[in-house]
Design a protein around this ligand. Structure first.
Ligand code: LLP
Length: 440
């Protein structure tokens, strides 16, 4: 991040491909993923864990960040596990050939049919979120005489924010079993009583885009405080501790992500210390990164169109996509950085507002983008770090067809999601039947 490769035509290069050529070949808007960078991030996580020889670990990609057949295949090839949160993500994973044993299933309101899909496939684990689900899953397993490994999602009262973490003391969240009011303990009792549910351990997730390690440590310490009682009274000690995802990435130069090893070292050291203090066995440590594996690897290419200059105020440069392919700026005021991909050799000496094309005043992708003065209609713009929660949160607002997705590596580009056509847009519509008039 920060150092961009520019060819002698002045075009931005990604994965050895000229982005202007990609825009010409596949059209815009276009999501491109630098798969070598995804593999690098995966290796960074693996290397961080490998330094801790005494620990069993698992890295599960949180597929909500970006799920397609090709992406799941890449994760499968790298030997990672996969976190899914819906029947749709599970279906995608199974169709991509991901071994079910390496899939675990999250979500705070899994339907019976989603649970059945997971049981049919025999996924590796179901992360049970609430009492209703505990009961439904137990009944479904009993009906089928099938056992299932589960983790219980607990809420440790730690909320990590981008640049800090806070202890909320209590947890007002829709997710998980609260620790402080006996919910988690009751869930553990029920799970231990079940003949079909095999309680493997606990899960927590403290937030997203986290730039400090202390929130993870605090969450682990909080859970272990409760484990004193649970191990003594219930004989329960987790064999798996899943600490979720949330590792922060670069969107703009204001973001300063930590090396992955910093998070993993803190997580491992805290778990080891807490176990040593209580003479509890070390659990396997699972993490679930989404954004940190795919976020920076993704770039969205747009073609610039209309401009509007309000003298003394600002200039809007509109692109052929917007909130339909990236809802994050309008939903979270998320910041992004852009490059004029077709004039990437010129200094970024002008500030422009990059507007989307949706009929909504708030559809502004970047309020203050630094771009070359000459960047205008017809240029190709690249918005960086759009790989997580861009495609996966895309909508059809204004009936904009969903962009194509291309994987690039070593100068090769492969289409992994075709661009939607107008015909695709009305594919599921059922027109009103034309009534035939009957005069009788
Ligand atoms: N595990 C669980 C249980 C989660 O809920 C999430 C994200 C993750 C793992 C992965 O978190 P990551 O490593 O990607 O931060 N749409 C929002 C992010 C929502 C995250 C929801 N859960 C965004 O665009 O920023």
């Amino acid at each position: 991040f920060g150092t961009q490769i520019v060819n002698n035509e002045g075009h931005l290069m990604i994965g050895g491909c000229d982005t202007v050529d990609l825009a010409n070949e596949f059209g815009t808007p276009l999501y491109i993923y630098d798969t070598a960078l995804i593999k690098e991030k995966i290796e960074e996580f693996k290397a961080a864990f490998s330094r801790h020889k005494e620990i069993d670990w698992q890295i599960a990609y949180a597929s909500k960040a970006f799920s397609t057949l090709a992406m799941v295949q890449l994760i499968d090839e790298a030997g990672l596990a996969l976190d899914v949160v819906s029947g749709g993500e599970l279906y995608t994973a199974l169709h991509a050939g991901m071994p079910a044993s390496r899939i675990h299933f999250h979500g705070n309101n899994k339907s019976d049919s989603e649970l059945r899909l997971a049981l049919d496939a025999a996924v590796g684990a179901i992360v049970v979120d609430n009492f209703y689900e505990l009961d439904r899953l137990n009944q479904l397993c009993a009906e089928r005489r099938q056992s299932m490994d589960i983790l219980l999602r607990v809420t440790p009262g730690v909320e990590a924010h981008t640049h800090e973490f806070i202890m909320t003391g209590h947890d007002d969240t829709k997710f998980g079993f609260n620790l402080d009011n006996g919910m988690a303990e009751q869930a553990i009792r029920l799970a231990l009583e079940s003949s079909y549910l095999i309680l493997k351990g606990l899960h927590c997730h403290i937030g997203s885009q986290i730039f400090e390690t202390e929130g993870f440590a605090e969450a682990i310490r909080t859970i272990y405080k409760y484990l004193d009682r649970w191990s003594a009274q219930l004989g329960f000690s987790p064999r798996i501790l899943n600490v979720g995802g949330g590792f922060g990435i670069h969107y703009t130069e204001l973001d300063h992500p930590l090396p992955i090893a910093d998070y993993i070292d803190t997580i491992v050291a805290t778990v080891r210390e807490e176990c040593d203090n209580r003479a509890l066995p070390l659990p396997a440590i699972w993490v679930e990164p989404g954004r940190s594996l795919v976020g920076e690897a993704g770039t969205t290419l747009y073609t610039a169109g209309a401009t509007k200059e309000i003298p003394g105020t600002r200039t809007y440069l509109s692109v052929d996509g917007g909130m339909a392919d990236n809802i994050r700026p309008s939903l979270y005021q998320a910041d992004y950085q852009a490059i004029c991909a077709s004039r990437a050799n010129l200094p970024a000496d002008k500030i422009l507002a990059i507007a989307g094309k949706c009929c909504e005043t708030g559809d502004i992708l970047i309020k203050q983008a630094h771009l070359p003065a000459g960047c205008t209609s017809g240029d190709i713009l690249a918005v960086l770090s759009t790989g997580a929660y861009g495609y996966s949160m895309a909508s059809h607002y204004n009936r904009l067809p969903a962009p194509a997705v291309v994987f690039v590596e070593d100068g090769d580009a492969s289409l992994v999601v075709r661009r939607e056509t107008y015909a695709d847009i009305i594919r599921l519509d059922v027109p009103l039947q034309v009534k035939t008039h009957n005069d009788n």
